[in-house]
Ligand binder design. Structure first.
Ligand SMILES: Nc1ncnc2c1ncn2[C@@H]1O[C@H](COP(=O)(O)OP(=O)(O)O)[C@@H](O)[C@H]1O
Ligand SMILES: [Mg+2]
Length: 311
């Protein structure tokens, strides 16, 4: 079953006397139940706009969104019940205690009153905030406020958890904790969608990603397929003694030597024959997701520039 089905979403922001900003441009993407799915893109790509539309807090200009088959625009309340959303900005009621805030959120999302206290205990344990239960939100550190935002989103054990840049600006230890929580919840059956501009994060957490830039989908698919497709197709090797006569087509790259592959087996055999015992290491190099991303987005920027000249 599809947890999320986004079809042809358009959203533009128009301000007086300014060029309209096309934040989402015909975005179509779907997420299968049970996945951890990454929505990647540089700042300003349109990720938060899409998340706001998916979570029912902003209306699209056109297009449709279904959450487990329920339309978010026509059946907002029903669709929202299956979702937990952690927005990019920390927004919380600073004058209340952590317990009061979670109690209220539980109520909003239909957690029965007699179960709320137990659920708060579980959620605070998951987010290592047990000792902050009676603290007012304003007294929490930035990292704790972030964790409180996640706690609020998971009070009702949503089937589908959406996190908008959950680890942007957090320290390494908290990032790791958030990753662990995401993996654990996913193992227990929660579908996850998160946005990030840290490519490494997507590489660590998800099998599938969609890359967006300038509001448009530029590529989607399995991380491993993208890496393969954009692999550099080179053999990289190191030598004990680099000052020897080289095969044609070899380029020095730092401490390594590179050869563009024309036929992997033959090229590999030629290298081994020619360098013999002088070979310290040899491998075929694949592109990292970061390289894929940079290639795709710089291409996109190039076409964008081209467009603005012709328009
Ligand atoms: N409420 C708004 N009013 C006007 N412009 C907006 C608004 N929200 C976002 N934008 C613009 O839309 C584009 C996409 O923004 P956003 O969705 O926040 O990107 P991302 O989350 O990928 O960084 C940006 O150019 C941003 O300035
Ligand atoms: Mg954003």
């Amino acid at each position: 079953m599809l947890a999320l089905d986004v079809s042809n979403i358009n959203k533009r922001f128009e301000e007086k006397n300014e060029q309209p900003i096309i934040a989402n441009d015909h975005i179509t993407v779907s997420v299968e139940e049970g996945e951890i799915y990454g929505l990647l893109g540089p700042n300003g790509a349109g990720k938060s706009t899409l998340i706001n539309i998916i979570s029912g807090v902003m209306l699209p200009d056109s297009g449709s969104i279904n959450i487990f088959g329920t339309d978010i625009v026509t059946h907002t309340v029903q669709a929202k019940k299956t979702m937990g959303v952690v927005p990019q900005e920390v927004v919380t009621e600073l004058a209340f205690t952590v317990e009061e805030i979670l109690h209220y959120m539980g109520g909003m999302y239909g957690v029965p009153r007699d179960q709320r206290s137990q659920r708060i205990t579980e959620v605070l344990r998951d987010l290592e905030l047990e000792d902050k239960r009676h603290e007012r939100a304003r007294k929490l550190s930035g990292g704790m406020k972030r964790r409180l935002m996640i706690a609020k989103a998971i009070m009702h054990k949503p089937r589908f958890l959406i996190l908008d840049e959950p680890t942007s600006g957090v320290d390494v230890a908290l990032r790791q904790k958030i990753w662990d929580l995401v993996r654990r919840m996913n193992k227990e059956g929660t579908t996850i969608l998160f946005t990030t501009h840290y490519i490494e994060e997507a590489e660590q957490l998800c099998k599938e990603v969609v890359l967006i830039d300038h509001g448009r989908v530029i590529r989607k698919g399995k991380v491993s397929d993208l890496q393969r497709e954009f692999s550099e197709n080179i053999i990289a090797f190191e030598l004990y003694d680099p000052d020897v006569e080289h095969l044609p087509g070899i380029h020095k790259q730092g401490v390594e030597f590179h050869l563009s592959i024309t036929h992997l087996d033959q090229d590999m055999t030629a290298i081994i024959r020619h360098y013999g015992r002088n070979l310290k290491s040899v491998k075929s190099a694949a592109a990292s997701l970061e390289q894929v991303f940079l290639k795709l987005t710089s291409h996109e920027q190039a076409t964008e520039k081209h467009k603005s000249i012709t328009v």
